[in-house]
Design a protein around this ligand. Structure first.
Ligand code: NAD
Length: 330
């Protein structure tokens, strides 16, 4: 069996080669993307494991069909870069890795919450200037005394709720679907508004949809408990960034942990050291004293990277051997 991988980063190559040895599968690792130019390299392979970032060109699906390729296994949870209908019409199964490590994102979320609540960034910058005083700006609060609202109580939301609960927090939540597992950990509210009005920390874990773009905007920030903290480790589109920065400046919110920025596409995950960033809003976000911005890094752990590589390769083998996979999304 021969599998072609695209967009492979060095750390993934090591894991893929280990997997190949154990599973006795031949791999070809390509650092570049799957494009109308590179698709010809798939000839002679049995399957594809990909980490597509930009939308996949529509012309590629019929070419793969011609080659007898039956699947593309994506090494992420999101599959919005594929035309799922067109793939299906061409007999191509798209699969993802839906749950590669919810704990990674959950633990990161709580890490950032604690950093904001205990003013760690400010303490560190004071210390670097040899200022060792205790002053009001660095005075923190006790997380365990706080109420946390989890918006979206699926895999990651539930894992996050459990950790906050472990600190002693009261945890409330909102979801369009109330899960029995989450009910054991948190108290469901009937609307986002009811959840955020009682919360000191609001943590977003729902997917972006056509009707929740910029759901967290100036109007909603006015309804937050004064001095609350917003955490967005889900998707940038959920939050109106300009409104968020204004709410922080007006003192409506006390801090924000932003791992997903609505216009992150051109910048993440790339090294912009010494290069111009033309997005003024992004610069304002990065440098805002009440914001901890991280570059979509909440997922990024040893465990998650391994699960993503192996999950996609296993799904590829499933389709080649059985004609389908439990991870198929179309
Ligand atoms: P999931 O499908 O397990 O859970 C999502 C939950 O959101 C579901 O329970 C669903 O019912 C709920 N939901 C959907 N629409 C809603 C709405 N309008 N209002 C309230 N709840 C709604 O997904 P997950 O694996 O827990 O992922 C959650 C989010 O985290 C996704 O947006 C995903 O893209 C993001 N994510 C971020 C990172 C990162 O590194 N920052 C990594 C992985 C996933």
């Amino acid at each position: 069996m021969k599998i072609k991988l695209f967009n492979v980063r060095g750390e993934e190559a090591v894991l893929a080669e280990q997997w190949a040895k154990v599973n006795q599968v031949e791999l070809s690792l390509d650092q570049g993307p799957l494009t109308p130019d590179t698709v010809k390299e798939v000839q002679g392979f049995d399957g594809i494991a990909n980490a597509q970032i930009e939308p996949l060109d529509d012309s590629i699906y019929p070419i793969l069909k011609e080659m007898g390729i039956k699947q593309i296994a994506q090494r992420s949870a999101g599959v919005d870069m594929y035309n799922l209908e067109l793939a299906k019409e061409n007999g191509i199964i798209i699969s993802n890795v839906p749950s590669y490590s919810p704990e990674s994102i959950a633990e990161f979320t709580v890490t950032i919450a604690l950093n904001l609540i205990r003013k760690v960034e400010l303490i560190r910058s004071n210390v670097k200037e040899h200022n060792f005083t205790w002053d009001l700006p660095i005075r923190g609060r006790v997380l365990g005394d706080m109420t946390v609202a989890i918006i979206g109580t699926g895999r990651i939301g539930l894992a996050t709720a459990k950790i906050f609960k472990g600190f002693g927090c009261k945890v409330v939540g909102y979801d369009i679907y109330q899960s029995p597992a989450a009910k054991e950990v948190l108290e469901y509210k009937d609307s986002v508004l009811e959840a955020i009005q009682v919360a000191d920390v609001v943590s977003l874990h729902m997917p972006p949809t056509s009707d929740n773009s910029h759901y967290f905007n100036a109007e909603l920030f006015k309804q937050f408990k004064k001095g609350a903290i917003l955490l967005n480790m889900a998707r940038g589109a959920l939050v109106d960034t300009a409104d968020l920065l204004a709410a922080l400046d007006q003192g409506l919110l006390d801090g924000a942990g932003i791992d997903t920025y609505e216009f992150e596409g051109p910048y993440v995950p790339k090294n912009f050291q010494g290069k111009d960033i033309t997005d003024e809003l992004f610069l304002d976000l990065i440098h805002h004293p009440k914001v901890i911005y991280t570059p979509h890094a909440a997922y990024y752990t040893d465990e998650a990277v391994k699960n993503l590589v192996e999950g996609a390769l296993n799904a590829t083998v499933d389709v080649i051997k059985t004609g389908t996979t439990a991870m198929r999304v179309n």
